[in-house]
Design a protein around this ligand. Structure first.
Ligand code: HEM
Length: 230
């Protein structure tokens, strides 16, 4: 039997995979911040919000065709999400394989609370994004569903009669908040001082960031639900 020893590329080492998670995570966070700020323009009225959505399609013109930037962003986000999930899965499988108690009966190892929340949180966010694209990008699941009138789409989406849509968005955004809190904390802990004080600071920054982002997203559906935006 011939035994070949394959050397693992640096990117597939644990440190490499964690770097992949961090870089893709940062890109996704930048998108989330920009998207949240854009959504808040709903408070400036229909004309301004629709104009903003139109402008999104014209970024980079005339160098890029209409919606060219949006397509670049879509491809970038998709690649980032796929790499983020791939790195997370490989790391999780390696951690499981390295666990000696795996074979013990009864006391099943569930993984840490944070790891489990990250896994399930990630799945909820993924399902939410698929629904969200069919809702507000393609308009397939939206009562108005007119890509040229995003303001009307958002107002129809979170109308009081459709409270269950707001509830679903709320659950997904809270899951996103937990995911971000742990992700940002892990990234800051890796980058910063690994002392109890440094860790405490990283925990606080991650919490403030996650709460701010959740609030920034949730004010939109709740403003429509309470008819502050109509
Ligand atoms: C209540 C919160 C949210 C509102 C009101 C909202 C609103 C919108 C709207 C109106 C669009 C269509 C924009 C356009 O005209 O092209 C959109 C697209 C999108 N949103 Fe959201 N969004 C929310 C939360 C989120 C969250 C939490 C995520 C990610 C986890 C997200 C990810 C996306 C993506 C990926 C697109 C597709 C962008 C594209 O067309 O390429 N959104 N959102």
């Amino acid at each position: 039997m011939v035994v070949t020893t394959r050397t693992r590329s640096p990117i597939r080492s644990n440190v490499g995979l964690k770097a992949v998670m961090a870089v893709t995570g940062i890109l996704l966070v930048l998108f989330l911040i920009a998207h949240m700020l854009g959504n808040l323009k709903i408070f400036t009225g229909a004309v301004s919000f629709n104009h903003y959505a139109e402008w999104l399609r014209e970024i980079g013109a005339p160098l890029l065709p209409s919606a060219g930037f949006l397509w670049l962003q879509r491809v970038g986000l998709l690649v980032a999400v796929l790499l983020h999930i791939w790195a997370a899965t490989v790391l999780a499988l390696r951690a499981r394989a390295a666990r000696p108690v795996r074979y013990a009966h009864r006391k099943k190892v569930q993984g840490s609370y944070a790891a489990r929340t990250m896994r399930w949180g990630g799945v909820i966010i993924l399902l939410f994004v698929i629904y969200h694209i069919l809702d507000l990008t393609t308009g397939t699941l939206n009562p108005v569903g007119d890509p040229a009138r995003p303001y009307a789409n958002v107002v129809a989406d979170f109308a009081p009669g459709r409270w269950y849509v707001t509830l679903f968005y709320t659950l997904a955004i809270v899951a996103l908040g937990f995911h971000l809190r742990h992700g940002v904390f892990s990234a800051l802990r890796s980058l910063g001082q690994q002392t109890p004080r440094g860790e405490q600071r990283a925990r606080a920054v991650a919490l403030v960031f996650a709460v701010a982002l959740c609030v920034g997203y949730l004010v939109v559906p709740f403003a429509v639900l309470t008819r502050l935006v109509s």
